[in-house]
Design a protein around this ligand. Structure first.
Ligand code: LHQ
Length: 264
């Protein structure tokens, strides 16, 4: 993995924890942090011992999106090519998260703004501290929501709420985010990390193949017809039914004991 202080990485009990670590900038993204985070997700793709991922932020914020100091239009006298930044850094990151066939838990420990908010929404199960806020800050600086925001917001919230959040840039508190279904749940600040870790550990001890295929199927539903989805479920169930974890799950049920899944 790429060594960088901007991402803290820890591995235990099948869970790879990646912590965004530029706390004085509320963990805003610079290129170094992007590359280190990407390396973390690449490891999760390649390393079979990683069976769940936990993403969180150091300090009082989760992530304030792009480091705007790094993309200052005054810098070179010409407008920066933000499309290139998206192509090279943000899009690959979101794709890595969505295609990882392992659960990605996100613990939003504080403000999540701009690409930081949409990064949290790209994860599979997102919890947020009571004090956290979600801000589609793009409108405040003349930009368009990125990192999948224009895709995830209307899907999670419907067009009315998606447009209002994106066009006003108004903060959404964690309680409302949970009640609207933008995230899985809100947790008291002091309990957030423990609860997110417990959840990630439980998922890491689960039937990884089945969980990965569940993720794939639910994501595919965004563009599939019911018929296509039924066929996909048939195919995935066929594959899941051949897994060692299915055999273990059924035998454990019949023997009235806890299953010991190996992720295979
Ligand atoms: C920051 C930042 C930040 C640098 C806080 N940059 N320093 C993609 C492609 C290419 C380019 C453009 O963008 C994108 C996608 C995007 O993400 S666009 C959206 C970028 N993000 C924002 O517009 C959010 C900017 N930040 C804020 O509005 C506030 O900081 C929020 C509302 C997040 C938090 O407010 P406060 O709690 O009042 O904290 P603060 O503003 O005092 O920030 C603390 C420090 O962090 C401060 O530094 P300082 O040296 O004064 O203590 C900020 O300058 C720094 N910081 N966000 N994005």
């Amino acid at each position: 993995m790429l060594e960088s202080d901007t991402i803290l990485s820890a591995f235990a009990d099948g869970v790879l924890t990646l912590t965004l670590n530029r706390p004085d900038k509320l963990n805003a993204f610079n290129e170094e942090m992007h590359l280190a985070l990407r390396a973390g997700f690449q490891r999760a793709h390649q390393d079979a011992s990683v069976r769940a991922l936990l993403l969180t932020g150091a300090g009082r914020g989760f992530c304030a999106g792009q480091d705007l100091g790094d993309r200052d239009p005054r810098k070179d006298g010409t407008a920066p090519d933000l499309g290139r930044t998206i192509e090279l850094f943000y899009n690959p990151l979101i794709r890595l998260i969505r295609t990882l066939e392992k659960p990605v838990v996100c613990a939003v420990n504080g403000v999540a703004a701009g690409a930081g908010a949409n990064l949290a929404l790209a994860c599979d199960i997102t919890l947020a501290a009571r004090s956290a806020q979600f801000i589609q800050a793009f409108a405040r600086i003349g930009l368009v929501p990125d990192s999948g925001g224009t895709w995830s917001l209307p899907r999670l919230l419907g067009e009315a709420r998606a447009k209002a959040l994106a066009m006003t840039g108004e903060p959404l508190d964690a309680e409302t985010a949970a009640s609207w279904g933008l995230i899985w749940k809100m947790v008291d600040d002091a309990a957030l990390l423990d609860e997110a870790k417990d959840l990630a550990m439980k998922l890491a001890a689960g039937p990884t193949m089945g969980l990965g295929m569940t993720k794939r199927a639910i994501q595919a539903a965004a563009t599939n017809s019911l018929d296509e989805q039924l066929e996909l479920e048939r195919d995935l169930q066929r594959e899941a039914g051949r897994s060692a974890d299915y055999a273990e799950g059924v035998v454990a049920f019949l023997e009235k004991r806890k299953p010991e899944f190996k992720g295979q």
